[in-house]
Design a protein around this ligand. Structure first.
Ligand code: PLP
Length: 426
């Protein structure tokens, strides 16, 4: 591989357009982007040979660490057999096996059908379209509105973005979506009359992009009850919370809730390949069955739906969960992360709040002007201390891969503390 860092950076600045990035800053002469070239476990290496702890699991995707041999081998083996063939008109081995495996992760009779797509946004988009079409098919076409929550983030495609409640990302496009979305701040804001509601969408337990805001305990259960009372479907967006992030395999387990739709992506492949899945119930699926000319078909899909490489990676990742007892092994790490957050709060007056849900940790830097980009500057400073992470405005996030060791958790906490001191205490 060509590791001429200067040249790579020049090329990147000349030709690439990065997500969620002010490219004028990115391309400024003083900015030297990291060129990542390798990953092993919770450690990433850049083109200059510098190592970093992956403090946000590569934007909340990585689960078992980078380069996990079992997942690498599964992808390699599958690539040698069949990298891709259309799931439209044919099926393939790993997708078939994965669908069965995913269904088995949920209580029997709950979620029984799996629809594959490519990323978190399309998994949510797909649930929304299924929810709307279902109502039309069962003669409830008047149920055509969604309920979504303030501060929500469900992705960037138009439908998923219409459910979003973060002004900076969503306000600009809101009026173009054409979707009717009722916005709520809390359970108490849900409408008395839910008869027009097709579905409610929520990030269970934690709103990720809203600075890791935690829902009060019991909220999810309450929401399920409201949906049952009002006849609305419940869409759980477990794109971030799924696959162990909150300490259980799925966040919904924590409140004994089974949704009507669940959107999975990010950690589905252990964080190695873009693959997503929308699971739904037999009752929803059944409404789409009929003679072709009845036009009940779900006319939705993507070229890479059911991609064999992604599905092979996901199967391997689920095997690693079992073989390595990943969920059972999280307790000590979660505790260590919690202790680290408390240490940071106690040591740095700038840290005005901490939050944790399983392997998700967040620290608020209080009383700052968002335009100063303090959170981003702290995360930039953390690189010099061997930590890579991204803030949500002035909330710092520590969300390591589940494979992280307690020593690595301490290393992340120490690096973040040094970075806070560099930026705010000098
Ligand atoms: C809860 C949630 N839903 C959906 C998405 C969108 O996923 P993707 O970026 O894979 O489209 C994200 C991404 O951060 C997310 O956190």
């Amino acid at each position: 591989m060509d590791l001429d860092t200067e040249r790579l950076i020049a090329l990147d600045k000349r030709f690439s357009w990065h997500p969620f990035t002010q490219m004028a800053d990115w391309c400024a002469p003083g900015h030297e982007p990291l060129v990542l070239v390798e990953g092993k476990g919770a450690v990433l290496t850049d083109s200059r040979g510098r190592e970093y702890l992956d403090g946000n699991a590569s934007i909340w995707t990585n689960v078992h660490g980078h380069g996990h041999p079992k997942i690498v081998e599964a992808i390699r083996e599958q690539a040698g057999r069949l990298a891709h063939a259309s799931f439209l008109g044919t099926t393939n081995v790993p997708a078939t096996l994965l669908a069965e495996r995913l269904v088995s992760l949920f209580p029997e009779g709950g979620l029984s059908r799996v629809f594959f797509s490519d990323d978190g946004s399309t998994a949510v988009e797909c649930a929304m379209k299924m929810a709307l079409q279902y109502r039309q098919l069962v003669g409830e076409g008047e149920r055509c509105e969604f309920v979504a929550f303030d501060g929500a983030y469900h992705g960037d495609t138009f439908g998923a973005a219409a459910l979003g409640g973060i002004g900076a990302f969503h306000a600009r496009f809101e009026r173009f979506s054409g979707l009717a979305v009722r916005r709520c701040g809390a359970l108490e804001d849900l409408p008395e009359d839910g008869s027009k509601i097709a579905a409610v969408a929520i990030e269970p337990l934690v709103q990720g992009a809203n600075g890791m805001r935690m829902w009060p305990e019991g909220m999810l259960r309450g929401l399920r009850e409201w949906c049952d009372r009002s006849g609305a479907h419940l869409i759980l967006d477990e794109v971030m919370t799924g696959f162990g992030r909150t300490g259980t395999m799925f966040a919904c387990e924590r409140e004994g809730v089974v949704p009507d739709f669940i959107a999975l992506a990010k950690g589905l492949t252990g964080g190695t390949m873009p693959l997503a899945a929308t699971l739904t119930s037999e009752a929803v699926y059944g409404a789409f069955l009929g003679k072709f000319e009845e036009m009940k078909t779900f006319f939705y899909g993507h070229s890479y739906s059911g991609n064999p490489l992604g599905c092979a990676a996901a199967l391997a990742s689920l095997e690693v969960f079992e073989e390595e007892g990943v969920i059972a092994g999280l307790g000590a790490k979660i505790e260590r992360l919690g202790e680290g957050l408390v240490r940071l709060r106690d040591a740095h007056p700038a840290v005005t709040g901490i939050r944790q849900c399983g392997m998700i940790g967040a620290l608020d830097l209080g009383g700052l002007d968002w335009r100063d980009r303090t959170g981003a500057r702290v995360c930039e400073a953390a690189r010099a201390h061997g930590l890579l992470t991204r803030p949500v405005v002035d909330t710092l996030v520590l969300m390591p891969p589940l494979c992280v060791t307690v020593e690595e958790v301490d290393g992340m906490v120490g690096a973040l503390g040094s970075a806070i001191a560099d930026v705010l205490e000098k």
